[in-house]
Write a protein that binds this ligand. Structure first.
Ligand SMILES: Nc1ncnc2c1ncn2[C@@H]1O[C@H](COP(=O)(O)OP(=O)(O)OP(=O)(O)O)[C@@H](O)[C@H]1O
Length: 236
């Protein structure tokens, strides 16, 4: 199977002008992600694992290299140079990102937050809400919370809503940054089952897990990142 994502020699650094330094956050990263498989990114803290995911989602603008993404029509787009509007479209339909933290509109009910990606894909409100109920149930979110905005939820409850929203629309590529960091063992097992299911549905995943055990349970490929080189002093 051909990879849906091919990262070649990716590098990202931040220039802090006031301090006169350049901080490398990842460098010379090469990896692929394939339909129906999960590629796990591992490596020491600060090696740049989250930065790689942010470069793919283009929260960070990469400094060097290429990130080739195969679109549904078979054409390839380099996410390092894609325009903002191309990235918006890709985030809407093709690329999902689940982090540890839930960012959402303040007064929206949990069920509507979860249903939103399916609505954007053109599903009816009934179908989207039904699927949202199913996922919230599977992820152990108590029913009394479904119609409440998640602002007051516990960390673990917010994370479940975040996962449900990320998994509902089955993007072609799913980026996961420690998606189970504050979940109890039972819910973590349910997440493992859900991720295995969406793998079978043909979703490609690029993931960082807090617990090495989850890498063993879910990863088809493991890519180890080395520490980026030292901070560079900039001279005037
Ligand atoms: N927005 C930013 N501005 C400046 N430096 C940053 C920024 N984002 C990341 N970095 C730096 O890049 C390096 C890699 O960070 P990153 O979070 O990608 O590592 P990580 O491997 O995911 O770490 P961890 O396992 O601790 O989550 C760190 O030294 C970090 O300080």
């Amino acid at each position: 199977m051909n990879p849906i994502l091919e990262i070649n020699s990716l590098g990202k650094h931040f220039t802090l002008h006031e301090q006169g330094v350049q901080i490398p956050s990842c460098s010379h990263v090469n990896l692929t992600a394939t339909t129906g498989e999960l590629t796990a990114l591992v490596g020491p803290t600060g090696a740049g694992k989250s930065s790689v995911l942010k470069c793919v989602y283009r929260t960070y603008l990469p400094s060097s290299g290429s990130i080739l993404f195969t679109q549904e029509d078979g054409s390839t787009i380099d996410l390092c140079t894609a325009s903002e509007s191309e990235m918006l479209q890709l985030r809407e339909r093709d690329i999902g990102f689940v982090t540890q933290f839930l960012h959402c509109l303040p007064r929206k009910a949990a069920i509507d937050i979860v249903a939103a990606p399916m609505l954007r894909q053109g599903e009816s409100a009934n179908t989207a809400r039904e699927k949202a109920r199913e996922l919230l149930n599977t992820l152990n979110v108590p029913e009394r919370l479904w119609n409440v905005p998640p602002a007051t939820f516990s960390g673990g409850e917010k994370q479940r809503v975040n996962l449900a929203r990320g998994l509902i629309a089955k993007p072609r590529l799913l980026l996961l940054d420690e998606p189970t960091a504050s979940l109890d063992p039972d819910t973590t097992d349910r997440v493992v089952d859900l991720l295995n299911h969406i793998k079978q549905d043909g979703v490609a995943m690029l993931a960082i897990f807090h617990h090495p055990e989850l890498v063993d349970r879910l990863a088809d490929n493991v890519v180890e990142l080395a520490m980026a080189r030292n901070t560079l002093e900039l001279h005037a």
